[in-house]
Write a protein that binds this ligand. Structure first.
Ligand code: ARG
Ligand code: ZN
Length: 882
């Protein structure tokens, strides 16, 4: 029969550990197929634990080869061992030491959890539950121990040996070709932060002096020959370290900070204490192979992992339900860092677009869960947009509600009070309550309720009484396991736009809600706010800077939206107004096309695009963002049900062409005006110019003229950086321009030896609209450069097809779903985390039209009927179908 769903783990069942582990000594004898691990663990019984309570350790695919208690072999009757569990039946009452020997095989570890090899380099990934694949352990985040690790390997194969903390000793093993390194990490940590690396790697060294004058050695380790690609990552690291001192008062706490880049990695990166391990995609960059987006991502991920040193490592999570305690807070911190390094509004718009396109659909579908879930079957499935991105929004709201100073005071208290602990959301919030003297019990609902609140807004101006009334109501639509909800605390940043476009001054205190500065605090299901001394009707600019993760149902007239698009002093809401105008028209057009009627794009929307383009006051990157049409997935989300992706695609195409026809010359002038000024720099200003010129090229290309095709080809051939080359290549391929194939071949010839650059080549083809793409993707899967065992390749080809090509994934013949279902079953045998992530691309299947959703369902049932599906995929498929 089909695999059983793993038992549910519930937050309410949390119990502190019965035993502590104070010290861990590991001796790891590395061999590709048979690594021997000896773990010497110092245990102490918790005060509340009865004597003789069995000690149960976690394991996962382990082979026990030896077991000693206080130095003596344990008789077989005293314990029970299976690959996933080691039970000591009657442990001593007093503190004791267990010496556990296990044997593991890094070479056959295709799950990339625990100890594995990536292009010959030994490395580890232990979050969330990978340490139990190395040795038997109390593998839970509230067991904090001091680790000493001896790593031994062949000197020729692995000249570099890295562990957590500081290096204590190195030496050779007499009479062998082997050497060792001894690392000691003085900071108690949970097992998920353990790491080791051994291999033949190049070292890129640097240094950093902390605010208090401590010298830190910084190193990035990469494959030989890639040293020159680390400069940006190193620069980002140093800026992150400085920024965390300046903005949050947080200093680094070890003598060394090492980063290792590997090419086979399930996630983006991992914050292991003193030894961050990265997917090489978030380290390696030069203008030839990385886009501006890649540079920005590297900066953000380097910062994110570094910031975890305080928010995650020094203060960690009590249990995995509290994952957002470290992730939401750390995402908030990295977003703020990037905002300070670049343009704040640009960063905010980028973050909100991501939230809306990834987290909102998650929160509206079968996989919806609270920022702090209450139940899981497989924790690896909860590294989600909700925990990360919505988790960051919740921290941001806290800052909005408290103000900068009190927010900082609360965080300072958190660092002071909980340093060295594994703690909870309650403890985190209590710090802000104590620092600011407020009650956050209602605010805490943000952690417990799933679903995106809808805030409905109605306004009324009374010229006689000179009042302006704002009626607000909030509601969360039902989501799985949550039929009703309680009103949340929603900070709504606002302004009243007067006729001249400036914010009106509010002279009399408003009634009906708490208003702090420019924030209305909505706390009840319904509230009516009245402003007095308002002689003429203002345009209400609400949710400025996207001050809360909600959907706004605020029906502004076309004139009001146009006014906001042109005048709002809040750049976010200007952008939002343009997007809303475009979205409304796209939804309308898709509806008409669906009914077989001719769609004619709105002249007003086309005009707004022209005004944005010619607005000299807008910075280039902002302009590029405003000129970006909502994605097909965003439009589908807005339509909400009975979606026909072909109609959505056609509507978007129509609007793009209409804008292009109207403003073609202006776009051309931008393309040529911004091209090729000087040497490449990845900074925000230069990136902004490239973004705008490529956005303009996108519209100019849609004129369909031979000149346009020629210009795109020209730009492709002449590009001296990846951003421009990829933008042109995407147009050539997605618009099926005459030299499409030639461009792909040239690109391949140029980048064949660089897998990260080739990932873009896979991605461009996988996301091309058009019938032929499916066969293309199948063919690319047997391309020698494709590797189904490498997560980056799978994401570049299959994940981008499933999530970035709505018309082809959701083909009316079901072949797109079939391809992905079939691939999931293949990948699941090897790497469950990659498979289950790919499976989430089905999450909006019920919103499709009946024919397509039936086909999606049968693809899901095919996956579900597999007898030995992994726990990861079983969990996702069950929830998706429920
Ligand atoms: N803690 C890592 C980070 O956010 C990610 C770990 C993801 N782990 C997982 N099992 N998916 O920086
Ligand atoms: Zn993180």
């Amino acid at each position: 029969m089909r695999s059983e769903t793993a038992p549910a783990i519930r937050l309410e069942d949390y119990r502190p550990p019965a035993y502590r582990i104070d010290k861990v000594h590991l001796n790891v004898l590395l061999e590709p197929a048979a690594t021997k691990v000896t773990a010497t663990l110092s245990f102490a019984r918790a005060a509340s634990t009865e004597e003789g309570t069995p000690l149960v350790l976690d394991g996962d695919e382990l082979t026990l080869t030896g077991l000693k208690l206080n130095g003596e072999d344990l008789p077989q009757t005293a314990y029970a061992a299976t690959p996933d569990r080691l039970e000591i039946q009657n442990p001593p009452a007093a503190p004791f030491e267990l010496t556990i020997e296990t044997e593991i095989n890094p070479d056959t570890n295709t799950k990339l959890m625990g100890l594995f090899r990536s292009s010959r380099t030994f490395c580890t990934q232990c979050e969330a539950e990978g340490f139990r694949r190395i040795t038997y352990f109390l593998d839970r985040p509230d067991v904090l121990a001091v680790y000493t690790t001896r790593i031994e390997a062949s000197k020729a194969e692995c000249p570099v040996l890295l562990g957590n903390g500081n290096l204590v000793e190195t030496g050779t093993v007499d009479g062998t070709d082997r050497h060792y390194a001894l690392w000691h990490d003085p900071h108690p940590k949970p097992a998920y932060l353990f790491a080791l690396v051994a291999g033949d790697l190049a070292q890129v060294p640097d240094r950093f002096t902390t605010a208090s004058g401590k010298e830190v050695a910084l190193n990035i380790y990469v494959e030989h020959g890639k040293e020159t690609l680390c400069a940006w990552a190193m620069d980002s690291l140093k800026r992150s370290m400085r920024w965390d001192e300046e903005v949050f008062g947080r200093e680094y706490d070890l003598d060394v900070f090492n980063i290792v880049a590997v090419s086979d990695f399930n996630m983006g990166a991992m914050e292991n204490k003193g030894l961050n391990i990265f997917n090489d995609k978030y380290v390696l960059a030069d203008p030839e192979t990385a886009t501006d987006q890649d540079y920005a991502n590297i900066e953000a991920v380097i910062a994110h992992e570094y910031f975890h040193n305080w928010t995650g490592n020094r203060i960690t999570c009590r249990d995995w339900f509290q994952l957002c305690l470290k992730e939401g807070l750390t995402v908030f911190r990295d977003q703020e860092f990037s905002a300070d390094m670049r343009s704040r509004p640009v960063k905010r718009i980028a973050d909100v677009s991501l939230l809306k396109s990834h987290q909102f659909p998650e929160d509206a579908g079968p996989l919806a869960h609270p920022v702090r879930p209450r139940l899981y079957h497989e924790i690896n499935n909860f590294y989600t947009a909700t925990v990360y991105e919505k988790g960051a929004e919740v921290v941001r709201m806290l800052k909005t509600l408290l103000g900068g100073e009190e927010f900082r005071a609360g965080l300072d208290l958190y660092f002071q009070r909980h340093d060295g602990e594994a703690t909870t959301i309650e403890a985190f919030l209590a710090c802000f309550e104590d620092a600011a003297g407020i009650d956050l019990s209602q605010f805490a609902l943000w952690y417990d309720q799933a679903g995106t609140p809808v805030v409905t807004v109605k306004t009324h101006h009374d010229p006689e009484r000179q009042t302006f009334c704002v009626s607000l109501s909030q509601e969360i639509p039902p989501v799985p396991g949550q039929k009703s909800s309680k009103p949340a605390v929603i900070p709504l940043r606002f302004g009243l736009l007067g006729p001249n476009g400036e914010d009106m001054e509010i002279t009399a205190p408003a009634e009906g809600a708490r208003i702090a500065g420019d924030v209305i605090v909505l706390e009840k299901a319904q509230q009516e706010v009245t402003f007095r001394n308002i002689p003429s009707a203002p345009v209400l600019s609400l949710l400025r800077d996207f001050s809360a993760p909600v959907r706004l149902d605020h029906k502004l007239t076309l004139e009001e939206l146009q006014f906001q698009a042109a005048q709002d002093s809040d750049p976010f809401n200007r952008w939002q107004a343009v997007q809303t105008l475009a979205m409304q028209d796209l939804v309308r057009l898709a509806g008409l096309i669906r009914k077989g009627q001719p769609g004619v794009p709105s002249e007003d929307v086309i005009r707004v695009f022209g005004s944005v383009l010619s607005d000299m006051s807008l910075d280039a990157q902002l302009k590029a963002q405003a000129l970006t049409l909502p994605s097909e997935a965003d439009i589908a989300q807005e339509i909400g049900k009975n979606v026909d992706p072909d109609a959505v695609h056609a509507a978007r195409r129509l609007l793009r062409q209409a804008v292009s026809r109207q403003h073609g010359d202006a776009f051309l002038a931008v393309v040529t005006g911004l091209s090729g000024d000087g040497a490449y720099s990845p900074n925000a200003a230069a990136a902004g110019k490239r973004a705008l010129s490529n956005r303009a090229l996108y519209y100019y290309a849609a004129t369909g003229s031979p000149d346009a095709a020629e210009l795109v080809w020209e730009r492709f051939s002449a590009a001296d950086n990846m951003t421009d080359r990829l933008a042109a290549l995407t147009l050539l391929v997605h618009d099926h321009m005459p030299r499409e194939t030639e461009a792909l071949d040239r690109y391949k010839a140029r980048h064949e030896t660089n897998s990260l650059a080739m990932d873009k080549w896979f991605m461009v083809q996988a996301t091309a609209p058009g019938e032929e793409t499916l066969a293309k993707v199948r063919a690319l899967m047997s391309q020698p450069l494709y590797d189904a065992g490498n997560p980056n390749r799978v994401r570049a080809l299959l994940q981008s097809f499933a999530t970035g090509n709505p018309t082809q994934f959701a083909r009316a013949d079901g072949a797109g779903f079939e391809l992905i279902a079939e691939s999931i079953l293949e990948i699941d045998k090897r790497n469950p985390q990659v498979a289950s992530r790919l499976l989430t691309s089905f999450r909006s299947w019920r919103a499709l039209d009946p024919q397509r959703s039936a086909l999606a369902e049968s693809a899901l049932l095919r996956v579900s009927s597999c007898e030995d599906l992994s726990r990861d995929s079983r969990d996702i498929v069950d929830r998706t179908l429920q």
